[in-house]
Design a protein around this ligand. Sequence first.
Ligand code: PLP
Length: 405
Amino acid sequence: MFDIQKIRSDFPLLQRTVYGKKLIYLDNAATTQKPQVVINRLQQYYTQENTNIHRGAHFLANEATEAYENGRERVRKFINAQHKHEILFTRGTTESINLIAHSFVQRFVNEGDEVLISAMEHHSNIVPWQLACEIKHATIKVIPMNQNGELLLDQLPHLLTDKTRIVAVTAISNALGTVNPLKKIIQIAHEHHIPVLVDGAQSVPHARTNVQDLDCDFFCFSGHKMYAPMGIGVVYGKEALLNELPPYQGGGEMVKHVTFAKTTYNELPFKFEAGTPNVEGVLGLHSAIDYLEDIGFENIEKQETDLFQYAFQKFQQRNDVRLIGTAAHHAGVISFLMNDIHPYDTGTILDHLGVAVRTGHHCAQPIMDFYEIPGTVRASFSFYNTKEEIDQLFVALDRVRQMFG
Ligand code: PLP
């Protein structure tokens, strides 16, 4: 049974007030709040278990190493990867994509080659490819989208040329809420023998992920957007491809043997985890996954779909908002503008009324250029939100309209 009051009481931060008002937190696409079990796990680590992992020969070191590696296994199972060593820990989606972009381009991309991304990527799935491609004199190409914010997939087969080396695409747009047809994109790319990287930052918290079923080659996501701590992220990569890639960073743990003349590298996954990792981040991620699985993804999806549909219909009934992103397949992220009011002004007034939304370009400036707007106001939902909170959002929007006439 989905007990919303019980769930809300799991999140200490949801109980707080801002400006003397009850906080209504609708900025979940930026980061999610943390349940008490995740907070407790971090406290337990630092009060009972703290030590460095892998290299120690004492009790605590072995215990912490085991807990860290159990975390890796938990992630493997969570996204249904075939092998535990296909799971690499990073700081977040941004570092995950940088890792793959850097190593993949170094290994597989040459002058004149192409990397294909989409028109709705977050900066972290654009800039790492630009940085890596610049060194190799390779080119970035873009799958275009329509005014609803849907990718023009009929163009995909023509964009895939004999020079395309990889396709990198987001599962869900953080700025538009579009849910992309990943399976179709991956199938078309694979017909051309081209691997696909998926930016799963916005999809993992909301729907079950199955990387083997998707058949993606790389999948990247962040812990903090799925109720886990900040500073922990994941790259899933198919074993064969990861084995082909050179390391991203050098340092401790990623080596087998070092001499001044030559270094040999460790095996997967350690080849890609140089230095002391974010141990407490992995433990917190483990707890967050357990927490999500306890609630159940059917319940999460149902609650979030209900909230989205409730809010979206209310938005569509208003004549003072312009929705940015009206894709048929849409997640719980709603971007909008109110009349000709600047998004920052709308956001500031909502904030003072206790409603936390995000305003700006959402690290997706090419999308804003596409719609010729400075930015949007974005409300994004979690299963812990309620219809009453959405009602409050609309009361607050009425106040914005009153204030701006
Ligand atoms: N990709 C998407 C679609 C995002 O929404 C975000 C964050 O907002 C990122 C990548 C970057 O994630 P992080 O800042 O956790 O590295």
